[in-house]
Unconditional design. Structure first.
Length: 117
């Protein structure tokens, strides 16, 4: 999560050791594994995303493109994309549609910087 990243950078608003410990414990596996936490694409994962009624169609489509571009699991790609859009994306919905190709390279940089999202 973004909060985890800010904790690791020492810029978190959390000051209570118990709060920081809870956030670190919540994500300890991701921290331990680093980028190896992310899985390669799979047809099972892609089918789950396509069937998921809670994910908007444009997000599914962009998530699948990102997965293909980065060679990552489709479900994880959609989760990371959602995180990026909520935390870091500063454009509008319309600019997202227009610049979705460029978004993949920006998203890759985001992934490298916040692999614990």
């Amino acid at each position: 999560s973004r909060e985890l990243w800010t904790i690791l950078l020492g810029r978190s608003a959390l000051r209570e050791p118990a709060q920081i410990a809870a956030e670190l414990n919540k994500h300890w596996q991701r921290l331990l594994e680093g980028l190896s936490y992310y899985k390669p694409p799979s047809t099972t994962s892609a089918e789950k995303i396509k069937a998921d009624k809670d994910v908007a169609v444009p997000l599914k489509e962009l998530g699948l493109r990102v997965s293909k571009f980065l060679g990552l699991d489709e479900e994880q790609s959609v989760q990371l994309l959602q995180c990026y859009l909520q935390e870091d994306y500063r454009g509008t919905r319309d600019s997202l549609k227009v610049h979705s190709s460029h978004l993949c390279s920006i998203y890759f940089a985001f992934l490298l910087n916040t692999s614990s999202c």
